[in-house]
Design a protein around this ligand. Structure first.
Ligand SMILES: *Cc1c(COP(=O)(O)O)cnc(C)c1O
Length: 410
């Protein structure tokens, strides 16, 4: 830790190499600073490492005082666009607002339908409903838990306006297949890349794989700020202009309103935090990858471990296994001091608020069997760039023993 801070404090000082002789976690002093506790996503360890650059970036904002759409916002947008190779990046107030702004820019509204996955965070369906359109769910494929292209065409009607795949847990959805179905039916594709910023699909950056890509900078996402934040990507000049105006009350110029929009801007302060974190993002992605590899090596003979398809990478927003007796395994891990989470326990078609939609569409339990089975079995383990080898080992051992206990009792 101390070693790291001094390295970090030097202007232009380089960051520690990933996986040096001392082991990746030991280098960050995780064991020393977090004795006895384990965090699901350790933002404090990250701040200790990045303190000098984050503080300097935030201090600069306090001093120039341009808190709304200040220079850091533009700088961040340029860097993010370059990173994914998109013509345009527009930051916004959250991943949820990114989805809302994308749908608004495409003119999706009452009477329209959007094909999407039922196995996602609620915001994906929620924003479709909020603009007055109807989410039409299609089941996922079991390998990566993403929208199954094989089911999409049967769900398309004359009212369909867009397809909204989610790149769940950090792994891009089957974008080529989805884009070609969309092209055939003249539909837009919005990638919900809230969990997958930093991942690659056939060498291209997640977020820049379709008409519009949406991501989130919620603190625990792979690239997170210190509050809410999000971004939109597109290569379409007209959509970029629309989204830029929509996020700022539909203003084409100051006090000249040409659209009904929202207050959906990213704070300059959050842009400053993200600029500091972006400097080490590639290294952090490599550390997540290393932790994921270590988990898989220790767990693949005991539980169903995540599958990353050959033509893509994962940003490892989550490391999610499947287990038979999930409630028991969760309880055993909690007793061992290991935090876990379920992403997500209830598919969208079974959410109380969608009871009426499901009645109308004839959806019930059993309608999307792959999603429903996953919702009952998935369990996410601690995952962040500052996990130590010892922690991965401890979590893996606890999972192996919990699974063994569940099997013996079952
Ligand atoms: C986090 C997330 C969102 C919402 O992002 P916020 O920044 O929290 O609004 C949307 N979709 C998915 C898949 C997410 O994981």
């Amino acid at each position: 830790m101390l070693k790291f801070q001094s390295l970090d404090g030097e202007p232009g000082g380089k960051v520690l190499p990933v996986g040096g002789k001392a082991g990746w976690g030991v280098a960050f002093g995780w064991m020393r600073d977090n004795k006895g506790t384990m965090e699901f996503c350790d933002l404090k360890a990250q701040y200790r490492r990045l303190k000098a650059r984050v503080d300097a970036r935030m201090q600069a904002v306090l001093e120039h005082g341009r808190f709304i759409l200040g220079p850091e916002v533009r700088e961040l947008e340029e860097k993010l666009a370059a990173r994914v190779g998109a013509r345009h990046c527009l930051t916004c107030a959250s991943g949820t607002d990114a989805l809302l702004l994308a749908l608004m820019a495409l003119g999706v509204g009452p009477g329209d339908e959007v094909v999407t996955t039922p196995f996602t965070f609620f915001a994906t369906g929620e924003m479709i409903t909020l603009v007055g359109a109807r989410p039409v769910f299609v089941d996922i494929e079991p390998a990566a838990y993403n929208l199954d292209p094989a089911g999409i065409e049967a769900a398309i009607t004359p009212r369909t306006k867009a397809i909204l795949p989610v790149s769940l847990y950090g792994q891009p959805a089957e974008m080529d297949a989805i884009n070609s179905i969309a092209a055939k039916h003249r539909l837009a594709v919005i990638e919900d890349a809230a969990q997958s910023f930093g991942a690659l699909y056939k060498g291209r950056g997640s977020g820049n794989l379709s008409t519009i890509g949406c991501t989130s900078f919620f603190p625990s996402k792979p690239l997170g700020c210190y509050g809410d934040g999000g971004a939109l990507f597109t290569n379409d000049d007209g959509l970029a202009r629309a989204m830029a105006e929509l996020r700022n009350h539909g203003q084409a110029e100051r006090y000249l309103h040409t659209r009904i929009g929202i207050n959906g801007r990213l704070d300059t302060m959050q842009a400053a935090v993200l600029l500091a974190k972006l400097e080490v993002f590639d290294e952090e992605l490599a550390q997540r990858q290393k932790a994921a590899g270590a988990y898989t090596a220790r767990l693949q003979d005991a539980v169903r471990t995540p599958m990353v398809l050959a033509d893509r990478t994962s940003a490892w927003a989550q490391y999610t296994i499947e287990v038979d007796e999930r409630a028991e395994v969760e309880k055993a891990l909690a007793a061992a001091g290991i935090p876990t989470a379920v992403h997500y326990p209830t598919p969208l078609h079974l959410q109380p608020v969608y009871a009426e939609l499901s009645r109308e569409m004839g959806w019930k339990r059993g309608s999307f069997p792959v999603a429903e089975r996953a919702a009952e079995r998935v369990l996410s383990l601690p995952m962040h760039p500052y996990l130590t080898a010892e922690q991965v080992e401890a979590v893996s051992e606890a999972v192996r023993s919990a699974v063994g206990m569940a099997v013996n009792r079952g």
